[in-house]
Design a protein around this ligand. Structure first.
Ligand SMILES: [Zn+2]
Length: 218
């Protein structure tokens, strides 16, 4: 497996699918943004799933073989979830899918969550003061606990989101997946800046060629 050259994509509009998109072309010589423990930590930090100080603690704790092992478990959970999403995307599913969720529930059971009352700073434009809110927290006592936020993001996608709006990018050779939250469910591309733009250029070139053929100038 090649490692590290694939930039993590955060285009899915939901973090669980963003994690699926951390691997490009998983069936062929894959490029992986979480190919090592270090890369997995970086990804968790960038996704906002683990506080920076926790990422820093595990970065500094020194057991890179253990971290690589956790990244391997994360990749295998990711590929299990990819199969689940590919099977169920685009349609509603019944409660009976619970029978398929053993690997996910197994990972969620490793969680050591609790809740804490904290002061949340307001939006600077809101004109209000800080508010007290009860927020979920976690103990990060082992490297395995880093898998829990990934499992939770998958669980939230299954329980609280709309699988009928999950789509694969139509870009040629692109394997990224996203959730279409547009009002008309018209999103076709992982990103307009990449696949959407390429499709526009191709469509323009095709129209130009057809015009030239019609004119006899080709
Ligand atoms: Zn794409």
């Amino acid at each position: 497996m090649k490692e590290g050259r694939y930039p993590a994509s955060f285009v899915a509009d939901t973090v669980g699918i963003d994690f699926l998109n951390s691997a490009a072309n998983p069936d062929e010589g894959r490029l992986d943004a979480v190919g090592t423990g270090q890369q997995f930590l970086d990804w968790l930090g960038r996704a906002g799933l683990v506080p920076d100080e926790v990422c820093g603690y595990f970065q500094g704790s020194g057991d890179s073989a253990e971290m690589d092992g956790v990244a391997e478990q994360a990749r295998s959970l990711r590929e299990w979830f990819r199969d689940f999403v590919v099977t169920h995307k685009g349609k509603p599913f019944a409660v009976s899918v619970l029978d398929e969720l053993g690997p996910l529930n197994g990972m969620l059971r490793c969680g050591e969550g609790f809740e804490e009352v904290v002061a949340r700073l307001p939006d600077p434009d809101s004109g209000t003061g800080p508010q007290l809110v009860c927020e979920p927290r976690a103990r990060w006592r082992s490297v395995d606990s880093l898998l829990v936020p990934i499992a939770r993001s998958f669980a939230e996608l299954i329980c609280a989101d709309d699988f009928t709006s999950i789509k694969a990018c139509e870009g040629n050779g692109c394997n990224l997946i996203f959730i279409d939250r547009t009002r008309r469910r018209a999103r076709r591309w992982c990103s307009m800046a990449t696949c959407g733009n390429r499709a526009k250029v191709h469509a323009h070139r095709d129209r130009h060629r057809l015009r030239c053929e019609a004119d006899g100038s080709l």
